[in-house]
Each structure stands twice: as structure tokens, then as C-alpha cells.
Design a protein around this ligand. Structure first.
Ligand code: CA
Length: 226
């Protein structure tokens, strides 16, 4: 059974799917707010706090991808699971690089949806407090990083970038997406700034001559290997 306090915003315009998912998620113990269109979803997101957003892409009044981009733009990192009939690889990549946490293609088995919802919530709810890679240990609760048992000093933005990668391993992010998702809105940072931060992170928590964790994805951006 899910935590009773877990709040999910369910954005889906297809009435029977919305009703079915609403009922099933409630039976699993989640508190679910339903939004049958984009405007209502945006309204709920502005006025409520959610642990997870299940987001359909093709909505009557908006594209779900725009809702997601707006959330990340204003620094809302609520986990998002995209639900869509579009199974083209480009849409998946776009969704993930816009900051979605996962992507499920319709039609799907409701059991797979539960499994993915639980996995996302586990990742984001601090169930995992420490993460290790190479000789680095990250203490997420304490916003602290150690290398071979010695404290590594990171600036708040360096740390945020590191944790973003840790929470989204193996995904190739464009430099623009990283800029959008990590840096505050209105920053004068550019994609070159992102490059500089990666150089710094490689020096501090990787091997800057032979990076094993912060991998360059040519013509695109970066990917983190744990
Ligand atoms: Ca739809």
C-alpha cells in the first residue's frame, strides 16, 4: 500500500482512462487530484503541492510537454511521469531532456504504471539517502560529498547539478536542458557555463583527464554514468 499522504496530480483528458486510473490509484492508497485539461493542471500545480505528476501529452488545450517545461522553468522539480500514445523515440528523448522522470507509452498495463510510480517516488522521497560512485559518496540528506572519506567542497549549484545527474543516471541531457533545470530563472549563465561546471565536477568528483562518470555526448550535452 502506498503512503496515504502521497499526493498525485493526474492529468489526462480521456474520460474513461482518467476515471479508471483515478480509481485504481486511489485503491492503491494515493491521494489523487484529477485534471482533465491543461489549464486545470497548471492551476493545480500553482496552488497545490504534489509528490508526483502523471502527465498526458496530448491535451485538448495544451501540450503536456509545455506544462512540464513551465514547471522546470520556475524551478518546480516535482517528479513527472509522462503518459502518451506517442511512442516515437524523439518524443521520449524530448520528454526526458525536458525533465520528465519517466515515460510510459499507451496502452500500458496498470501494474507497470504502479511499478514506475513507486520507483519514481522511492528515488525522490529520500528513501535513498546515500549514493556512491567510484570513490565518491554523496549524503543527500546532508547535502554533503566525500571522496575517499574526505569532504569535497562544492558550491550549491555544483551540488544541485551533481544530484540532478545522480537522480537521472544514463540520460543524455542537452546543455540547454541542464541550464533550464538547474540554474535559476533569469540567470545570465550560458551553455558555456554548463561546460565549465562539468569541468569542475570532473576535477572534484571524477577524473578530468579520463572522465568515467560525466560523459560528453557529442553534439548534444552530457550523460552521467553511476
Ligand atoms: Ca490525451
Amino acid at each position: 500500500m502506498a503512503d496515504k499522504e502521497t499526493q498525485i496530480l493526474l492529468v489526462e483528458d480521456e474520460p474513461s482512462l482518467l476515471a479508471g486510473l483515478l480509481l485504481n490509484l486511489q485503491l492503491e492508497g494515493y491521494r489523487v487530484t484529477a485534471a482533465p485539461n491543461g489549464a486545470l493542471a497548471v492551476n493545480h500545480l500553482k496552488n497545490g503541492k504534489f509528490d508526483l505528476v502523471i502527465l498526458d501529452l496530448m491535451l485538448p488545450d495544451m501540450n503536456g510537454m509545455d506544462i512540464l517545461a513551465q514547471m522546470r522553468d520556475r524551478g518546480d522539480y516535482t517528479p513527472v511521469l509522462i503518459l502518451s500514445a506517442r511512442d516515437e523515440i524523439e518524443t521520449k528523448v524530448q520528454g526526458l531532456s525536458t525533465g520528465a522522470d519517466d515515460y510510459l507509452t499507451k496502452p500500458f498495463d496498470v501494474k507497470e504504471l504502479y511499478a514506475r510510480v513507486q520507483a519514481i517516488l522511492r528515488r525522490h522521497n529520500g528513501a535513498v539517502n546515500n549514493v556512491s560512485f567510484g570513490d565518491i559518496k554523496v549524503f543527500l540528506d546532508e547535502r554533503r560529498v566525500e571522496k575517499n572519506g574526505r569532504e569535497v567542497h562544492l558550491t550549491p549549484l555544483e551540488y544541485d547539478l551533481l544530484v540532478y545527474f545522480i537522480k537521472n543516471p544514463s540520460i543524455a541531457f542537452s546543455r540547454e536542458a541542464l541550464l533550464r533545470n538547474i540554474w535559476p530563472t533569469g540567470t545570465d549563465a550560458t551553455v558555456r557555463t554548463v561546460d565549465n561546471f562539468i569541468v569542475t565536477l570532473r576535477k572534484k568528483v571524477d577524473d578530468h583527464r579520463k572522465p568515467r562518470h560525466f560523459i560528453t555526448v557529442r553534439g548534444h550535452g552530457y550523460r552521467f554514468n553511476i
